[in-house]
Design a protein around this ligand. Structure first.
Ligand SMILES: Nc1ncnc2c1ncn2[C@@H]1O[C@H](COP(=O)(O)OP(=O)(O)OP(=O)(O)O)[C@@H](O)[C@H]1O
Length: 316
């Protein structure tokens, strides 16, 4: 779907992308990185809207340097920021975008009605967008990206500004864009946790560089661990857990246990019960984006590593 080769974008003071080489295959791909990591810059280059300083990129086999208009006719784009005219209704706006994409008037109206229904906008679609909630505006932005039936959509931070319910609904919609219509998706977020649930593949960038690209299952296996706190005898519990074949290590008063599979929880529970000690807490932890710099072998010992996301709440 997308292939970049040593792609760089340098501004006078900042290197926004730094020799990025990545392949995006069909399905839903999450592009995750802290604010300023270079996600929006990559999307603009892929759409042929901003030239790269160095390197190459192809979208659906088309060269971003020369085939921008053709790429934009085959790809949908949901920008990060709002650009919706307040006195126009969702229906008028999406019909207009469909016409801009080359659909004839009748097809544009039909596709608009279908797409707005798909994203969950019903009678509100005739009201001016100035009165819409953030969630409704995000849905309109998603609809205009889908209306011309693209092969691929690039969604820049579609959950921005949404509350937890709104986020879950948007993530569900994004998943269905692929399962119901077969459209591939590249979706960005600064929150690793939400993309893990939605994506088949995850690409992590930081400071414009590729940190990691893999399938989500490989990724979560490498990043999920269980923090276990017991009232006493941590040393003996550690011996029991490693004896049972788990990878675990002590970190202060906690034991950090790699989650091999669902049975890991039962093994820990049985070991704690067998020792007859109290279980103070057992919680799943996701390593923060910053920790992906560190080798997998050592991440478990770095639970206090600073998060690039500021508070790291959703990635933890
Ligand atoms: N037109 C520009 N001129 C100069 N610097 C820019 C320009 N556009 C982006 N940058 C810088 O390039 C870096 C990457 O920005 P980019 O917008 O791609 O990041 P991002 O990962 O999308 O983050 P965010 O979600 O905050 O937009 C940032 O340091 C940003 O300040």
């Amino acid at each position: 779907m997308i292939a970049t080769e040593s792609l760089s974008k340098r501004y006078p003071r900042v290197t926004a992308l730094d020799r990025l080489s990545v392949d995006v295959t069909p399905g839903v791909t999450g592009l995750v990185g802290a604010n300023g990591a270079g996600k929006s810059t990559l999307i603009k280059i892929l759409l042929g809207l901003s030239p790269a300083t160095e390197g190459r990129a192809a979208v659906l086999g088309l060269d971003v340097a020369t085939d921008g208009p053709q790429i934009r006719s085959l790809v949908g784009y949901m920008p990060e920021h709002d650009c919706l005219p307040p006195d126009v209704s969702a229906t008028e706006f999406v019909v207009h975008m469909a016409r801009m994409s080359g659909l004839p008037p009748t097809a544009a109206r039909e596709r608009t009605a279908d797409t707005l229904r798909h994203v969950g906008l019903y009678e509100e679609r005739y009201r001016p967008m100035g009165g819409y909630s953030t969630g409704m505006k995000q849905r309109v932005k998603l609809a205009q990206a889908l209306v011309h039936d693209p092969k691929l959509v690039l969604l820049d931070e579609p959950t921005n500004g949404l509350d937890p319910t709104g986020r879950d609904e948007m993530l569900g919609l994004i998943r269905r864009v692929h399962t119901d219509f077969g459209i591939s998706v590249l979706v960005t977020s600064h929150l690793l946790g939400e993309l893990e649930r939605t994506s088949d593949h995850i690409v992590v960038i930081d400071g414009g560089k590729l940190l990691r690209a893999s399938s989500t299952s490989e990724f979560t296996q490498a990043t999920a661990s269980l923090a276990v706190e017991v009232t006493d005898r941590e040393g003996e519990l550690l011996t029991l857990l490693t004896g049972a074949g788990l990878t675990a290590q002590a970190s202060g008063h906690l034991l950090l246990v790699d989650i091999a599979d669902e049975a890991t929880y039962d093994t820990v529970r049985d070991a704690v019960a067998g020792l007859g000690v109290g279980l103070v807490r057992m919680e799943q932890r996701r390593h923060r984006i910053a920790e992906l710099f560190i080798d997998d072998d050592t991440t478990a010992t770095r639970e206090d590593a600073p998060s690039k996301e500021g508070d790291g709440r959703d990635a933890a």
